[in-house]
Design a binder for this molecule. Sequence first.
Ligand SMILES: [Zn+2]
Length: 324
Amino acid sequence: MSPEDFAIGVDVGGTNMRVARISPSGEPLKKRNIPGSRDPFAAVDLIKNLVRDMGGARARAIGVGIPGRVDGWTGAIFSGGFLNLAGIDLKGELEAAFGRPTLVANDCGMALVGESRRGAARGLKNSVMLTIGTGIGGAVMESGAIVNGRRCAGQLGHLVVNIGGHPCPCGQRGCVETESSGTALRRHLDEAGYGREIRFEHLLREAEAGDARAIGVMCAWGGPLRAAINTLSAAFDPNVVVLGGGMGQAAIRSLDFLPELKTWYDVDVRLAELGDDAGVIGCGLAALDLISGSLRDKKRLVMVNGVPASGKSGLSRALSRKTG
Ligand SMILES: [Zn+2]
């Protein structure tokens, strides 16, 4: 059976999993969202069921975005947070199950592919994305390609913005994730004496009305993010920094309350446009790139998760899925 003209994009999270058929122009043709699982093996089964539901064996290619550190060249998964798929050969399992070329990559990188094709970074070759949620995800695009470095470049939530700051699971202190994530906002609110019931909209209204305590929280939360954005601008000189994730809009608003600071590193900061669809769109488009050769650097194309499916031999042997 020859493949039909769509890819399948899967955006994997511990809380939600999203899947969609993606057209070659990046249009989501058919979508489904389901609750995720924190259990890695249950999560892999969910991913397979979702891909099967979408007609996995008929797709041109399959792309999967995973939170945490993923080897951008091979698809190997090193670590996750809320959902930890480390050590699971997801690419091999999906290729064995569906016989289609499969790409596994970091979820924020895939969201940036989506935003750069159809969203806030449309038409721009150099962009940086930060997804602000429970943690902070990151990705860098240079000359139209996601930067992988040796394996998993783009872990921008772990840029240190305060060397004496709060400890981070990565082993450092004062990562921007520990200072400017959604989780950190809750801590800043607690420290300022706000009750658990306070919502961001209320805080914003108070800050806009000039309330010093509310402005203090905005600055404590947004200041480290601004430092990270300026650092990224200094390092990569992007056309745009895109902020996405559930708290992306709030994060952009918080930047308005920071003292004016003219630097060499002022950069266009925009809100992501594709919302929750960015990941599945980017996964689908990146998977199609994998097989179409539309990435300019062919050598790179072959290396980016690029071994075509070759049936079960080797792949199933390579499964590192632990038993028991
Ligand atoms: Zn860290």
